[in-house]
Write a protein that binds this ligand. Sequence first.
Ligand code: FES
Ligand code: ZN
Length: 303
Amino acid sequence: MKCVRCKQKAKILLKRHNAAFCNECFLYYYRNQVTKNIRKYKMFDKKDKILAVISGGKDSMALWDVLVKEGYNVVAMYINLGIGEYSNRSQKVVESFASKNNLPLIVKDIKKEFGLDIYKLSKTLKRSPCSICGSIKRYLFNKVAYDGGFSAVATGHNLDDEAATLLGNVLSWEEGYLARQAPVLPQTHPKLIKKVKPLYSLTERENLYYVLLNKIEFLHEECPHSVGARSILFKEVLNKLEEESPGTKQRFLNGFLEKGRRHFQDVSEKLELRECKTCGQVTTTEECSFCRFVKICNHQQET
Ligand code: FES
Ligand code: ZN
């Protein structure tokens, strides 16, 4: 097996592209894919200030490193969500990468800073810890980006994530989510910062190769709450299809982005946005869920 670029011995086979690469050419291919995605969807350019969402896992660590190496103006942000030792371990990984490479990093701790506890909230509101965690993360990343004058919030979502989310949304015909699933979520309100996914066309496996080849430390374990999540089942189903027919995930996602998504556009335009009466951030209700969470947790502490 020869590398398609330099004709030396190949080490990495990418069946969906019917291509193989040596280590060096794989890194070239990877970085090229990322910059192509950024340009294709006009995500940002070198003048923009980007806030990168970093969890310490392979995908976000790859995102951080590749954006820095490509010369983008990127500040990383990590949120400690109070998920026991998992959170502490991931915070260490992120902080050590930032200090080793002298990179700017913003760290938020939801318990220390806002008194939030996702387990208490999950019990009180009878919602899964993941859905509480998701709302908190979306709120804080947007708020920090807005307050800090950032042009975009970048996340490490990969092809496997995006294809699994799409499958889940199609299976239950979630029109609103389908309307908003894209590599770029444009700014629909002055206080809602653009969201971008520069790795949307790269697989989990490719991100893993990228961090391993670059000797980047990352947290190998997944969040304990992801066990049994439906998204994992969807990923397994798609992996089976991919094995039988390489390129399935890519065709599924790209086909949706190119042909399917536009049919859902009018659904998202109907969402009425307003500003939270307590904090002023954008929400669809009178008070945003973050402010309600803070009240619930602080009230519980007093009683
Ligand atoms: Fe949020 Fe797992 S990362 S619940
Ligand atoms: Zn609020």
